[in-house]
Unconditional design. Structure first.
Length: 229
């Protein structure tokens, strides 16, 4: 049996989960703003110890690789890699958008498509389109949302839009008969990261710990402080 620790800080807050094979043993989530760096290690310790284990008993560390917040992804991946080095455990990475889709896909028919969206800047989102089996219909991209977005897709398929970037899309597509917008917010979660990580564990799909980097999708753009006058 595989004991897998999963972590996700792709957007605001942080979440950690422990799975034994496909069974969820514990899950801790903190959605407060700016909580990732300060609380992630505490959540990891709690989720393992409160399940009756210690870190040395883990079989692998899984991390949501992005896309998402530059800082959040960097924190999660750095933490995961540090644990892998310290414990001599393999690293598994899972797409943040795939893990988000796994939260909702099971509630819909096979002919429905899913578009997880993570808020980026202004009218831009990080998104992809997947089917119920988490196969990509449209690959991950940084997309500017306007009235023509997803027009061809919606002409042929009912599509569920969700995530913290979906509100931008709802402004333009909210009345389309094939566009479904969830009333409840869907945030990235280590629960489904762990589910998908177990499938990779079974295949031996591990990352090279030294060279692995988050999937930022776009280069980080910082700002230069204005000079004081």
């Amino acid at each position: 049996m595989a004991l897998l620790l999963s972590i996700d800080t792709s957007t605001r807050g942080c979440t950690a989960a422990l799975h034994q094979d496909e069974q969820l043993l514990a899950n801790y989530e903190l959605l407060a703003e700016r909580s990732s760096s300060g609380m992630l290690t505490t959540l990891i310790q709690n989720v393992v110890e409160h399940s009756g284990f210690d870190l040395t008993q883990l079989d692998a560390i899984a991390v949501a690789k992005g896309p998402g917040s530059y800082t959040g992804l960097r924190i999660a991946v750095s933490t995961a890699k540090g644990l892998c080095f310290a414990l001599d455990k393999p690293l598994i990475s899972v797409s943040t958008l795939e893990a988000m889709t796994a939260q909702v896909a099971c509630f819909y028919d096979h002919n429905v498509l899913f578009c997880p969206m993570i808020d980026a800047r202004r009218m831009e989102v990080f998104c992809a389109v997947l089917d119920r089996d988490l196969q990509y219909v449209k690959l991950t991209e940084a997309k500017i949302i306007d009235s023509e977005s997803f027009s061809e897709l919606l002409a042929a398929h009912q599509t569920v839009f969700f995530g913290d970037g979906a509100a931008k899309c709802q402004t333009f597509l909210g009345t389309h008969p094939n566009a479904v917008f969830l009333s409840q917010p869907i945030y990235p979660s280590a629960k489904t990261v762990g589910q998908l990580a177990f499938q990779k564990w079974q295949r031996g799909a591990f990352e090279e710990v030294i060279s692995f980097e988050p999937y930022y999708l776009k280069d980080f753009v910082g700002t230069v402080p204005k000079a004081k006058t």
